[in-house]
Design a protein around this ligand. Sequence first.
Ligand SMILES: *Cc1c(COP(=O)(O)O)cnc(C)c1O
Length: 376
Amino acid sequence: MNKIPLVDLKAQYETIKPEIDEAIRRVIETTAFINGPDVKAFEAEFAQFCGAGHAVGIASGTAALQLALLACGVGPGDEVITVAHTFCATAEAIVHVGAKPVFVDIDPRTYTIDPDAAARAVTPRTKAILPVHLYGMPADMDAINAIAQQRGLFLIEDAAQAHGALYKGRPVGALGHVACFSFYPGKNLGAYGDAGAITTNDPEIARRALALRDHGRAVGPDGKRSKYEHDRVGYGERLDTLQAAILRAKLRHLPAWTARRQAVAQRYLELLADTPAGLPFTPDDRQSVWHLFVVRVQQRAETQARLSAQGIETGIHYPIPLHLQKSFASLGYRAGDLPHTEAAAQHILSLPIYPELSEEQQTRIAQALREAVGSL
Ligand SMILES: *Cc1c(COP(=O)(O)O)cnc(C)c1O
C-alpha cells in the first residue's frame, strides 16, 4: 500500500524540474549569490502578486516578523496583541524585539483572531495587533483594521500560510501596515531552504526593512546601499539569491497550484459532508488558499492511529497553544484562559492537501477518515 504523506515536495519538483534546475544554474554561473538580480526581480514580482507597493526579501518568515516589528518601532515596554493558536515564531518575534505578546482567543469557526477579544485586550501600552491568516484563511481584517485605526496601532499580518488568500477580493499582504510571509519549503509558495518576505504599501517601512536585513546599511533614495555606512545596528537576514531564483520559477505556478488546493478542499468538503467530523468553514467574504485542511474529531489519537495504519500521514497544527508552552510560561497564562484555542488544540487534525494530491489518494483518505469516525 502506497503511503500518502502530509506534504509531498518531491512530487511538485518532478513537475517543474527543468525550470528549477535552470534557475539554480543561472545563479551559480553568474555567482550572484548575495543581493543578485533575482532578489530584486522576485521582490517586484511578489509585490505585484500581493497588490503591495513594496516587497523586501528576508532570510525566513521568522526574521520577517522580527524585522517588520522593528520597522514599525515596536520595542521594550510595548504590547502586541496576537493569538496563541499559531506557530511559535509569531510570538517569538515579539519577544525578541523586547515587547510582550498578549494572547487573545480565536473565532472557533475560522481559527483566526477574534476581533472583539482583540479590542478588549488593548491597553495604553499596546503598540500593534498581529493577526495570523492561519491555514490559508484571512483573519477578519476590516474589524481588526477598525480597532487599529481607532487606537492608533500598527496592524501587522502574519501571512506565512496564506500567499494569495483573498479578503473581500483583496489579497493578503497589503491589508494592514505591513505583512510577513514565509517561504519555508512546505508553505504554499516554498523555497528549497529558508526564505521569507515583508510586504507593505509604506515606503518608509520598506526602506527600514531593507536596511535592517542587511546590517543597517544606509539605503539611498535611489535604492542603492552604501557598503561601508551603517545607519543603525541591523541584522544579517537577507534573502538568498538561489532561493529568490527558485521562488521566481515557482511563483509563476502559484495561481494554478492554489486553484488545485481549492479544488481538493472542495472535494474533501463533499466527501466528508455527512460525517461527525467538524469541517472547515469559509465566510462568504474570504477565499482561503488551503495551506492546511483541518477537521475536528472527538477521538483524535485513535483517528490518527487508524489513518496511520492505512499509510495516511496526518498532522496537528498545533497541539499545544503558545500560552501554555513552557517557553512563554513567564507571561503567566493558565489553562482555561483561552477556551476556543484550547478546545481547538485538542480536536484538530490536518489531512494531506497539496496540488499534486491525486483523486485516488483523496478518495482513500476520505474513506479511511469516514471509517475512523464511524460513518461507514
Ligand atoms: C511558518 C510560519 C512562520 C515562520 O516562518 P519560517 O519561514 O519557518 O521562519 C511564522 N508564522 C506562521 C504562522 C508560520 O506558519
